[in-house]
Design a protein. Sequence first.
Length: 335
Amino acid sequence: MSRTSHTPAAGIPNALAALLTCTSALIIFSCFDPVPAGEDLALAAPAASASAAGNETDVPVPPEARHLSGGNGSTVATAKIVPEIATEPELTYSGNIGDEHRTFFLLMLQDGARFLANTREYSAVFHKQERLQGDLTEVQQIDMKIRHTPHFSVYMKWKNGDAGRQALYSAAYEDGRVSVKLGGFKGRLLPAIRLNPSGDEAMAEARHPITEAGLLFLTKRLIDDRRVELKHNHQVTCSRLPNTTVDERPCFQFQFDYPDAAANPEYRKSVIAIDSRYHVPLLVQNWTWTAGTEQISAAELDEQTLVESYSFSALNFGISYADADFSRDNPKYRM
């Protein structure tokens, strides 16, 4: 009788051991980090969401491109498309100079546009140089926050020039205004002003309104340029330049040469570098038209006619913002 009465007690340690084993396994599993060692943590989230999407399509790449690694050591040949916003058929070219380069360029940008459209928000440092009223400005470095949904929103803060200047635009505000606060001593004394983003006062210091800021609008504008060329059969020359790096990120580089102002009234030449992993433009430079170019060198012509130079660095597609980051009432902004 005494041996039978001790049998249940003997099973208690075994049950506890089994329970502890399951608990330990659950803790280890919940703490497991799926990001591979050495991966860029800031950029890992959108890559994972892209690969999880259904109906993925490989982006065609030229043979030499397969040896160019992306930011995580993968090649461009493994980059995927998330087919979300492509309501129009893919564009291809035939009969023009540089067909294969132009098609490769366009397919990458369409891929990049889909990726950006499915990216809720990101941060970057925006480098901007523009020719305004005939004078080329100094390069401006601007910290930028971008949110695409639920309302397109932009916050910018200047790192040089009028350092500390801020600009905030959000489509959530019905007045459609951009709030601007000066930097330095004036910014401490004067309140923020609200301007029409496309009005003369706001556009006196920029070639493009803040409502078109960021990578997605830039990418769409480049795609639209190619659509115009296709529609009007402009004989634009597209050339592949040597691969380059922008902010230590490998990029494919292209040059577009326009035959005359009928092909492109604004630009005679463009150089564009596209990130080899995310297929977004990290560098865009445009040169405009001018008269009396016979007696100057190509380098002098470029120096005199550079009209826009834009680039992006410190991209973070994995950042998460609060609504206050795009609010005029944010006490940190003092707007």
